[in-house]
Design a protein around this ligand. Sequence first.
Ligand SMILES: Cc1ncc(COP(=O)(O)O)c(C=O)c1O
Length: 389
Amino acid sequence: MDARRRRAERKATNPQASAVTIEQTKSPKTMPPAKDLKFGHQFTDHMLTIPWNEKKGWGTPEIKPYQPLCLDPSSTVFHYAFTLFEGTKAYIAPDGSVRLFRPDKNMERMNNSAARIALPTFDGEQLTELIKKLVMVDKKWIPTEKGYSLYIRPTLIGTQEALGVGPSSDALLFVICSPVGPYYPKGFKPVQLYATTEFVRAAPGGTGAYKLGANYAPGVVPQKAAAQHGYSQNLWLLGDEHALTEVGTMNLFVAFKKPDGTTEVVTPPLEDIVLPGVTRDSAMQLMRDHASGKTKVPGWPEKLEISERKLIMDDLVQAEKNGTLVEVFGTGTAAVVSAVDKIGYAGRDIEIPCGPAGQGMGDIAKGLLDRMEAIQTGVIEHPWSVRAE
Ligand SMILES: Cc1ncc(COP(=O)(O)O)c(C=O)c1O
């Protein structure tokens, strides 16, 4: 196949940002006051849709008024969980520009999720351009208050109208947006985890490393069980050694003090168990840059080491005993950082330090939160912060 034909074919089978049609809403809604925003409960005026069919490829992208989807009850999404999603945010920078945070990472993960359940993949750069257009059409919905942003939810579902488990011949990619406030509106409060040995979130060869809808509904009963035990989220373990994997729907970081005074921050390896979080990857990069002296993060110890290695519950039990357990926190797009002050395990609580009184988190979590927010909102210019205009 010659290069021209290959290019033409690629074009035909990818969503084309330049082909987008835009229909403005005739009945714009009023944005609720910032204080009334509830995470993921209010939506903007517009949405993006792109249909796909195995014969025709990707269809015309449309930005149109936010509206219900009309789907046949036999659609594959309803029966076999052909659905996957992403979560990212847009922010208003101090110069008034609109910023996305590392959208390429979300596109990469979305394509990996699509491939895992035989839904169509796409050119991530084209979808990023379309998301930028959507966000600009709904720019007035991006709250400007500190800690507020526009949560963006790209979703891909199977829409073939037929029962039977197999690859879906039709799909629909859509993107909706929701103005959101800070995850902890009343100040940062550490969370308590229940290290569950009754349920698993992910297993080798399974789908834990993909952002599939099918991974989330089964987490709700364990979440309710954790709440019944008096904890806010689950710490997901794996195997007889009780290896730590993730916390609730966040990636996990544990900081230890080493005998030579170095602080070692450990996060479990991805393998095919852990979701490759964009915040996780960013945190690791910032820690590596701090350790190498490239870019120092205020508040972080001089001697810092970041390790991606297996951690088992016994490591935490021993570290608590030796006084070398420094911090535990989760990372994710919604909260950025969530500190942990207690882990219920084997009938007792492991107590974890949480920084100076009133800070609600240790110094590593705090330094990370401040640096991430500064980059995301364009207060510090960084290649990760991408202009939407
Ligand atoms: C299971 C799980 N782990 C980790 C994360 C954190 O990923 P990110 O930092 O990309 O939001 C999320 C949220 O997206 C998640 O659902």
